[in-house]
Design a protein around this ligand. Sequence first.
Ligand SMILES: C[S@@+](CC[C@H](N)C(=O)[O-])C[C@H]1O[C@@H](n2cnc3c(N)ncnc32)[C@H](O)[C@@H]1O
Length: 289
Amino acid sequence: MKHKKTERIVDILNTIEDQLKKCHISTPRLDAEVLVGHYVNRDRSALYRNGDYRPTDEELQGLQTGVARRIKGEPIAYITGIKEFFSLEFEVNHHVLIPRPETEILVEEILRLIGNKTLQRGKILEIGTGCGAISIALATELTQFYFFAADISQKALTVAKRNARRNGVAERIFFLCGNLLESLSEQFDIIVSNPPYISDEEFKHISFEIRNHEPRTALIAGPDGTEFHQALIRNGGPHLRKGGWLIMEMGYGQWETIERLLRESQKYDYIRCQYDYAGIERVATARRR
Ligand SMILES: C[S@@+](CC[C@H](N)C(=O)[O-])C[C@H]1O[C@@H](n2cnc3c(N)ncnc32)[C@H](O)[C@@H]1O
């Protein structure tokens, strides 16, 4: 739907909300606010403070393209190119997974472990860094630590490097391109990963938004979705110093397998699971013996 140049921002918001509602977008008002805010370069509250503002032709054109993309099911973060994580801003594009709020639990778990141990400095390895959200969030909090953030996707690493600069932590994060732990010879205090963990079967039923827009290399992980956890448990040990921690995000129903693998390996103790706010098992933590 075209917007007349004379329309005020508050009226445009209502029109877009109606359009998105008709197309079964689950959060039409919020999405309308984010889209309008993005294309007229104002934050959400400013949209209402300046409700009489009339967008320029250029702003309206951008907005129409953005709404059309959203109606086709593209996630809003890819349209705006920005996602907030741990109260920081990250650039995102189709080469990286959009960071999820539940991944903040992983970051909080690490901050808790380090706080408890009063460890002042150290080295943290992240496998599958994507847009860099986990390492960058940690680096802003743990200013004495150095980070090694690896990903198999060079295009994802390009985005992650820009995000590290954007958040002022680029000097303490080394980005590496490689398959899991293959090219690494060092030992770390912590290995953290939010690996791909969607099973082949689950992928067939996952929402259209995810399946058609987010990178498959960031999602799919074999018959039961624990392929990457298995590799990290098996090969992580030699890369962790004694007393170091392996911390991995996981999906619904995966804890039982992951816990068994951690115990069977006999390389770890203090094995435990954190639940997310929906009560789903979300983060596996284990200490290197
Ligand atoms: C679920 S995403 C996590 C991205 C980011 N850490 C986050 O939490 O938002 C998994 C990431 O692992 C990367 N990946 C997939 N296979 C890999 C492999 N064999 N070695 C290293 N990274 C891999 C993907 O490119 C993707 O960026």
